[in-house]
Ligand binder design. Structure first.
Ligand code: SF4
Length: 186
């Protein structure tokens, strides 16, 4: 089964890696996609799952504050984080996580390799190594990544997660190359 041309290699990426239009006001570093990352993944024949943008789906494109971009990023991120902990956001995140876990399990059970996930550090939602809390960037995970990791762990599924920043592209590409180099096809 699935012995056609597909690579059977999958990576999950935060939504804004492919679509910077989703990001909170004032924080986009690219006009559309983060080209260097997309080029690296495409060149490596890795299928890309674009994860949903939890902030857009929970609290909207303006994140519920049209003046958000006037605040320092970590201050606005801290406000966003508390909005993501509301009952309705928690429910939405739960649904999004469930759909992703289903996809990861389907690929794994059918012999595909899920190489890992690429998240966005400092994000209150998608941070992997750092997030925003108490008006600071701190070590830790964003709300969405934490919920996803915990749900995967319940099912004894463990995938590599790397966090990047679009403003630190050299460092980001080194981390992503490590994921890509784990491909069994290498
Ligand atoms: S980091 Fe996550 S929440 Fe923020 S724009 Fe990207 S996908 Fe959306």
């Amino acid at each position: 089964m699935f012995t056609d041309e597909r690579s059977k290699q999958i990576v999950l990426v935060s939504h804004c890696i492919l679509n910077q239009n989703s990001i909170s006001d004032g924080t986009a570093d690219y006009p559309a996609a983060i080209n260097e990352i997309v080029e690296l993944l495409l060149k490596s024949n890795i299928g890309v799952i674009q994860m949903p943008c939890p902030e857009l789906l929970c609290i909207g494109l303006d994140r519920g504050n049209i003046h958000g971009c006037e605040e320092p990023v970590v201050v606005e991120n801290t406000r966003i984080r508390s909005s993501l902990n509301s009952p309705s956001s928690t429910q939405t995140i739960k649904t999004l996580v469930k759909q992703l876990v289903y996809q990861i399990e389907e690929y794994s059970q059918n012999g595909f390799t899920v190489l890992g996930l690429i998240g966005i550090n400092r994000s209150p939602s998608c941070g992997v190594n750092t997030t925003s809390m108490n008006n600071r960037e701190v070590d830790g995970e964003g709300v969405f990544i934490k919920a996803l990791r915990e749900e995967l762990e319940k099912k004894d599924v463990h995938i590599k997660m790397v966090g990047i920043k679009a403003s630190e592209m050299e460092k980001a590409l080194v981390s992503i190359k490590k994921l890509v180099d784990n491909s069994p096809q290498k």
